[in-house]
Design a protein. Sequence first.
Length: 76
Amino acid sequence: MAFTYKPLWKLLIDKDMTKKELMQKAGISKSTVDKMGRGEIVSLDIIDRICNYFDCSIEDVVEHTNQEKEEKGKHE
C-alpha cells in the first residue's frame, strides 16, 4: 500500500485522544480503526469524517509513501 495513517496516530497523540474516543466522536467502527492500524485502505467517507471532526486537511490524516522506492532501497 502506498499510504500510511501515521499522521492520524500522531494527531491523536497530540490531542491526547484514544482510538476508542475517535471511534465514538467521529462515528467510525472498531473494524475500520483496526484496518487503519494494519495500514489497509479505508473509504474516503471515513477520511472525510475524521477531517471534519478535527477540522483538518487530508494530509493531517493520511500520508502518501513511495512503496516502490522503499522496496528498491531495501534490496540494494
